[in-house]
Every structure is written in C-alpha cells, then in structure tokens.
Design a protein around this ligand. Structure first.
Ligand code: MG
Length: 396
C-alpha cells in the first residue's frame, strides 16, 4: 500500500516490502526527513526552537465562542434525540460521505494488515476519548478492564506509547501498564527507552533517570523552564473561574486545562473571556482549543507530532522503511501527529470521531469501543501471522 499524501485515503498496492521510492517520496527524501524533523542529519536531537512571542495566536483574534463551539461538537448519539428526522438523515449522509474519505480502520483492516505484513508496527495512542470515554468529571476518565487488557496485549507485540494532554503521572495512574512508554502534557514530558546517544544525553532537557520499576530511562522535558510559570497560572486560573459553575482547572504539569464540559453553554463565552484575557499578559503562553477544554501551554515548537518523532528516534525506529507508525486519537491536538505521519508518508493516523471533522488522519473509528476492537484485531492478526510463520518453518 502506498501512502501517498495527495490521496484522501491510502491506496493499496501489494504487501511486499517497499523501497523509499515506492513510498511516493522523492529519491532524496526519506521518511521523517531530517529537514522536517528536530534532529540533525545524524538523527540526533539538537535543540527546541522557540516560537516567536509577542504576537497573539490567530485563534485569539477570532471569536472565543465560535472556536469553543467548533472544537466541541455534540456527539452524534446524544444529538439524535434533539434533532428532526430530516436533520438526522442529513447528518448521517454527511458522515457517510466523510467516511468515504476516512474509512473505518475496522472495515479496512485487511488493507492495513496487508501493508503491515512486512513491517514493524509502532503504536501511539491518545488517552481521553480514545482509550477512555469522555465523562463529565475528567478525574473519572477511567479505562475499562477490557481496554486495559487489550492495550497490555497489543504492547506485547508492538512498541506502544500513550501520548496525552494529561500530566504523565496522571495518565500513568489511569493506564497502570509498565509495558508502555508515556508522554504527558501533549508530549512535553516523555519517559522513553535509553538509546545510546551522546547528543541526547548532553541535551539539557533530556536526562537519564530510573522509572518506578528501577529501569533506566530517558526523561525528556523540553518545557521544564516553564514549570514555575505554569504553577502560577494554574493557581490564578482556579481563582478567576471559581464562581463559574462547572468550570474545572487541571494542572497537567507543563500545561493547564480549563474544562468547560459541565458549564452551561450560556457561560462558555465568559470562560473564554476570562482565560484568554488572563493569558494575554503571558506572551510566552498560548491557548489551544480541545473538546470542551481550553489548553494553556508554553509557546515552544513542540507538540504530539514532535513527540511521535522523538519516540520513534528513541526506539531506534525512525528513518526505516520497515516500520509502520499508527497513531490513534480524537482531538485537535492529535492532528499534529496525524500531520507528521501523513507528511513523512510512512504511517497513518486514525481519528476517533462520530461526526465528520477536518483531519489529516487516513482512517477513522467511531468511539473507544471500536478502538478496543481494533486493538484486539491487531493482536489476533499478529498471532495468526506468527502461527503461519511457525507452520512454514516446520514444513521446510
Ligand atoms: Mg483525546
């Protein structure tokens, strides 16, 4: 299967191992082109360029309310109770059209496995809305035991990382699987495997430490200088939103989330006004929109897409034709990762959504229950491939 970026979905060819040129890339480019990645030509991390400060993001210039509504579409199933039959038909038709460009990763599973057959899959998973359902209280976004078992299983066969907007500690608490790699705060707090590399070791934002099991790991925190500022902003945001019923402020270590999923829609504008108004005095911070959440984060050139590249590098899986990275996520912040995979032309994103959305993902899944089925399918497929290989080896 060639993953050509000028197609709206991957185009199947055949499952034989592919050369770089067959990935649809110019001959002088490789997947994860050094020109686009934060690494030197030797593949090593060098520095995090800071974004220009002093200019408000475009989103700040637009209406807060419009942006908040656009980022928080009502879920289709809930919405159906309140819309007419004709509106429902229109919604379904729009979704079906969208699905033609972003087919279900379950119905297109044979395509995915045909392409993955001679490759090593590296799996990257968002947490909220992907592995766990979106719930009213973000502290109660637990994953089911079935999902935990599926993630544990999948990690036996494929290197698997969770990349979340939550703090690394919080998402680790929810998932509780030592087999995985974790990136919290939208990738600004990564605990990854040790890969012998002097450049990585020398970087001030990357240190060697040990994880809870005593295993030596690399801890990469490119926004560490922002910690005092984030703590200050967290305290202030609690204070300025405390009289808005339902507003909840969460400290995600390198970013702060202001959840408004439990706030009356009439008060959303007030939430936006206060948060954007306050952050206006912090030229080194920005506000991003997530699903019923405003994310306050440092202005650095780092995101979930860069985190995917960093983890692939740490795992020794970047710049390789025989690796297929797959990223599954539901939020706007996951688009950075979808974009990296689409542009590098070596893997693909899967958007979790029940409504049509503008996305750089190739495939889609409707909700965490379909993500669960996809993970289980990957394990079943990998086991069957292993059995076939065993039978073949026995026969010769
Ligand atoms: Mg999410």
């Amino acid at each position: 299967m060639d993953l050509k970026s000028n197609h709206s979905s991957p185009v199947l060819a055949d499952p034989v191992p592919l050369s770089k040129s067959r990935l649809g890339l110019p001959s002088n480019m490789t997947p994860f082109s050094p020109a686009a990645a934060p690494y030197s030509s030797s593949g090593l991390f060098l520095q995090i360029p800071r974004r220009k400060v002093g200019k408000l993001d475009d989103v700040r210039a637009n209406s807060w309310l419009d942006a908040m509504k656009a980022s928080s579409p009502p879920r289709k199933k809930l919405n159906k109770d309140f819309i007419s039959e004709s509106q429902s038909d229109e919604t379904d038709a729009a979704y079906r059209t969208w699905m033609m460009n972003h087919p279900s990763a379950l119905t297109a599973f044979h395509q995915i496995t045909a392409y993955a057959k001679y490759k090593k899959i590296a799996l990257f998973l968002d947490y909220d809305g992907t592995l766990s359902p979106i719930v009213d209280n973000p502290d109660h976004a637990f994953m089911s035991s079935a999902m935990r078992a599926a993630v544990k299983d999948v990690a036996k066969y494929f290197p698997t990382a969770i990349i979340s907007g939550r703090s690394r500690g919080k998402v680790n608490e929810f998932v509780r699987l030592s087999e995985l790699y974790y990136a919290g705060s939208h990738g600004m707090d990564i605990m990854g495997p040790i890969r012998e590399s002097q450049s990585v070791d020398d970087h001030p934002d990357c240190i060697r430490t040990t994880d809870e099991q005593g295993k030596e790991v690399h801890l990469f925190q490119p926004a560490s200088e922002f910690l005092p500022m984030i703590d200050e902003v967290f305290d202030s945001l609690i204070d300025i939103t405390k009289d808005i019923v339902g507003a909840k402020v969460e400290n995600n270590k390198f970013c702060v989330s202001v959840h408004y999923r439990n706030v009356d829609e009439k008060m959303w504008e007030e939430v936006g006004k206060r948060v954007f108004g306050f952050i206006n005095d912090f030229p080194r911070l920005r506000v991003d929109h997530g699903r019923k959440v405003l994310e306050v984060r440092p202005i650095i050139d780092w995101n979930k897409g860069k985190a995917v590249e960093f983890l692939l590098e740490s795992l020794g899986l970047s710049h390789r034709d025989d690796v297929l990275p797959i990223y599954v996520g539901d939020d706007r912040t996951d688009e950075d990762a979808f974009m990296v995979l689409r542009e590098s032309n070596c893997g693909f994103g899967i958007l979790v959504s029940t409504v049509p959305k503008e996305t750089k993902a190739f495939y889609s899944l409707s909700d965490p229950s379909e993500v669960l089925e996809f993970l289980k399918s990957l394990v079943r497929w990998k086991k069957s491939v292993a059995l076939q290989t065993e039978d073949y080896m026995t026969a010769i």
